[in-house]
Write a protein that binds this ligand. Structure first.
Ligand SMILES: [Zn+2]
Ligand SMILES: [Zn+2]
Length: 125
């Protein structure tokens, strides 16, 4: 049996364990405004965005100032739910909010609080 399972980005991966609390499971959740379906922890509310999802939510204006510094420190406690590699922590552009990104698939992890902070920062400008 040869299972060619390189579809790590497939949307049908079920019940990814939460990056942060390791207790909850990530479940698909459609964001109200954009309709983008992300994965959200049913325990702590943390959110996982696949790379293109985060870009979509930020919109064309925000894509440019947003960049990921992979030279920043890696957090071994946080692992990509899709690639199982350590996430790189960095500050979201123009804020002191530290978020985590996967250097491999470019997915983004946000604690629920971080999501609120980023949302507020974007509305403020
Ligand atoms: Zn969680
Ligand atoms: Zn990844």
């Amino acid at each position: 049996m040869k299972a060619e399972s390189k579809d790590v980005l497939a949307k049908n991966v079920e019940h990814l364990t939460c990056v942060k609390c390791h207790k909850g499971q990530l479940q698909e959740h459609a964001l109200p405004k954009s309709g983008v379906v992300i994965d959200q922890c049913n325990a702590c509310g943390g959110m996982w965005f696949d790379a293109n999802e985060f870009a979509t939510i930020l919109g064309p204006n925000a894509v440019k100032p947003f960049y990921i510094s992979y030279s920043s420190h890696f957090n071994d406690d946080y692992q990509c739910p899709r690639c199982a590699v350590a996430l790189a922590a960095f500050n979201y552009t123009g804020t002191s909010t530290e978020i985590d990104a996967c250097p491999k698939c470019k997915g983004i992890w946000l604690d629920y609080k971080e999501w609120q902070e980023i949302s507020a920062a974007r509305k403020g400008k």
